[in-house]
Design a protein. Structure first.
Length: 394
């Protein structure tokens, strides 16, 4: 392993749908043998004598997920083929230090081969720590690993810490939030579809959110995971939420509606997380609420462009249910909701919303055309109905 090769990646898919890439920084100085093992498991370049396939984390699935604790994978013995729960899953593992003799030893109690000593038995003070799973005894590391999702002091001094998540924290959170059974076995197949070395010239794919830094959005997808500002500073929190929103608007100008929507959803997470009560900070409360109105409008529009008409209606309604909404914003919400009703062929609902738009913005000439268009369609529909009834009785 070269000194500069200190980053590896895991590409994750859930039920066959790509989710994104987790990039880990490896602590070679603190845990050299552990890092060397994980490094080669990611490369898949070592085959134990007598075996017909290399040791690799590729195609391995996460077999244990516990919310607010950790996600676990690396059972290369039982967890790299068909996705299914069994009595064996989680009881296997094999390090690159295993030998032909190890694998043929029928006296082993668990199918964990090439066990090696602990290193860097540190403290689990934060989420996104990369560490080795073991069988509960010292020196029982093989290939199973876990990533913490919450501070876990009860693990202090018990597991080899050999890295941390550098990028792709939202992928970890996505895995963490998957449904599991009472044993923590996922209901969905969460599989490492590719893995290997990573460098900063490579991309960090993400498919269920947008990590585009356009407009200066350097913030984590989940507010709790971000460390760019003091969470008690409402002004800085607002600044972050606004930057994220503006990042979405830049993507919208590029007609990248999907990623613009991801940005608006992300900004809304920051608004909901950090908005202060009026009696705590009235000025920032008003700023956050105003931003929330803009986000609801923008999300309604993006969903319309993405043909998600029910969701477009929902977010326009969220805005209309808020207090102290300016008339022009109400007009936009009624217009956008009306457009979605129109696309769903709910013409009466569309007409009502277009008229409400006109009430809140009397100078809007475009909505006049919409009202006339809908009325014409309604008249044609009534005429057709009358004609069909007349034909029935003739």
């Amino acid at each position: 392993m070269n000194k500069e090769d200190k980053y590896v990646y895991l590409d994750v898919a859930i039920d066959g749908t790509d989710v994104g890439r987790i990039v880990c920084e490896l602590f070679e100085a603190e845990a050299p043998r552990t890092v060397n093992n994980f490094y080669h498991l990611c490369l898949g370049d070592i085959t134990i004598e007598g075996e017909d396939r290399p040791l690799s984390l590729k195609n391995n699935y996460f077999h244990r997920v516990i919310k607010n604790f950790m996600i676990q994978a690396g059972d290369v013995i039982y967890g790299s083929d068909k996705f299914e729960k069994s009595d064996n899953i989680g009881k296997g593992g094999c390090s690159i230090y295993a030998t032909k003799e190890n694998l043929s030893d029928s006296n082993v109690e668990l199918s964990c081969y090439g066990n090696f000593e602990d290193e860097n038995l540190g403290e689990f003070t934060e989420p996104f720590i990369l560490a080795m799973a073991n069988t509960g005894t010292s020196g029982s590391n093989s290939s199973q690993f876990f990533i913490t999702t919450y501070p876990s002091p009860h693990l202090n001094g018990k597991h080899s810490i050999f890295g941390k998540v550098l990028h792709g924290k939202y992928v970890v959170r996505t895995i963490e939030n998957c449904k599991v059974d009472s044993d923590g076995f996922p209901e969905s197949e969460i599989r490492v579809v590719d893995c290997g070395l990573w460098n900063d010239e490579m991309s960090i794919p993400l498919y269920n959110a947008s990590n585009d830094t356009i407009g200066g959005d350097i913030y984590e997808e989940m507010p709790d995971d971000d460390r760019h500002f003091d969470s008690e500073n409402f002004s800085k929190a607002y600044e972050a939420a606004d930057i994220i929103k503006n990042s979405g608007s830049l993507l919208f100008k590029q007609k990248d509606y999907k990623n613009a929507l991801f940005k608006y959803k992300k900004s809304l997470k920051y608004v909901n997380e950090y908005i202060p009560e009026p009696d705590v900070d009235e000025k920032n409360n008003i700023k956050f609420l105003t931003l929330k109105m803009k986000l609801y409008l923008n999300m309604s529009l993006m969903m319309y462009y993405l043909k998600q008409y029910d969701d477009s209606i929902l977010y326009a309604t969220y805005l209309l249910d808020m207090d102290n909404v300016p008339n022009l914003d109400k007009a936009k919400a009624y217009y956008r909701r009306g457009n979605s009703y129109y696309m769903k062929k709910l013409l009466e609902d569309a007409k009502k919303d277009y008229k409400k738009c006109k009430e809140n913005n009397p100078d809007d000439k475009v909505v006049d055309q919409k009202i006339d268009e809908v009325q014409k369609l309604l008249d044609e529909k009534k005429a057709k109905t009358r004609k069909n009834i007349a034909k029935f009785f003739s």
